[in-house]
Design a protein around this ligand. Structure first.
Ligand code: SF4
Length: 254
């Protein structure tokens, strides 16, 4: 039986995969198999992987194939590593992902979901049950700026964070710092205030905007939406770090 991303019965589940990184070290603890899925419902101005945004394309891959890869990599994970699914936006394929994560967990692997938190239906909640760690991007605390930066609302994103908090299971929050777009100090404080009482946040990561992916826009025949915007200076990154440090014990700059 073949089931696509929306299948509901254990059979052959398929995911649309953009690419695979076998020794990822940034998307969760330890060494990880990182699966980047195709398709995203946001259009972030600073997206470094615009080629993952379209829901067209990607390689249809059986979840079993990914499980086989995981088994092969097992010796490298030690006690920390495991499987991370990123994107694009993985929640778009949450039904097949539930199958993948459930099977991975049955085999004893750690599972992490790198998400923009934009979907919170029953299937997303089910997926969270088999997700050991959520890496949640909260891209702006202000609704108007969030809309400007991502072309989408932050309403569900904040509810998603709240829901994860209620489950008591861990998450890392991530924040891309872009001069002129996400570095307004009052909003950084507001972001900190919003989450300061959360008990499930294990760390906050600041991801300074960089321009390494801009060539991809050219290859896609698209204009870089942040043309002319420079990465933040060390000083600007330090300032954001110091603000978040007032609210969270663990703040890292990536
Ligand atoms: S959520 Fe991630 S993949 Fe989607 S547009 Fe934003 S940065 Fe790109």
């Amino acid at each position: 039986m073949i089931r696509g991303g929306w299948g509901g019965v254990r059979g052959l589940f398929m995911l649309k995969v953009h690419s695979i990184e076998t020794f990822g070290t940034h998307e969760g603890p330890g060494i990880r198999l990182v699966i980047f899925l195709q398709g995203c419902n946001f259009r972030c101005l600073y997206c470094q992987n615009p080629d993952t945004q379209s829901v067209e394309g990607g390689k249809e891959t059986e979840t079993q194939k990914i499980l086989d890869l995981l088994e092969k990599q097992k010796p490298y994970f030690k006690d920390k590593g495991g499987l991370t699914v990123s994107g694009g936006e993985p929640l778009l394929q949450r039904h097949a992902l539930f199958d993948l994560f459930s099977q991975a967990k049955k085999s004893g692997f750690n599972t992490a979901l790198d998400t923009n938190g934009s979907i919170l239906d029953e299937a997303a909640k089910k997926l969270l049950e088999v997700t050991d760690l959520v890496l949640l991007d909260v891209k702006h605390i202000d609704p108007v700026w969030h809309q400007k930066v991502t072309n989408a609302s932050n309403n569900i994103v904040l509810k998603f964070a709240q829901y994860r908090e209620k489950t008591g299971k861990p998450m890392w929050l991530r924040y891309v710092l872009v001069p002129g777009f996400t570095d307004q100090k009052p909003f950084l404080h507001k972001w900190g205030e919003h989450f300061r009482k959360y008990k499930t946040i294990r760390r906050v990561e600041i991801l300074p905007y960089h321009t390494l992916g801009v060539y991809k826009y050219k290859a896609l025949g698209r204009e870089n939406p942040l043309k002319g915007v420079n990465p933040p200076t060390k000083e600007q990154v330090r300032e954001a770090h110091d603000i978040f440090k007032q609210y969270f014990p663990q703040v890292y700059i990536r």
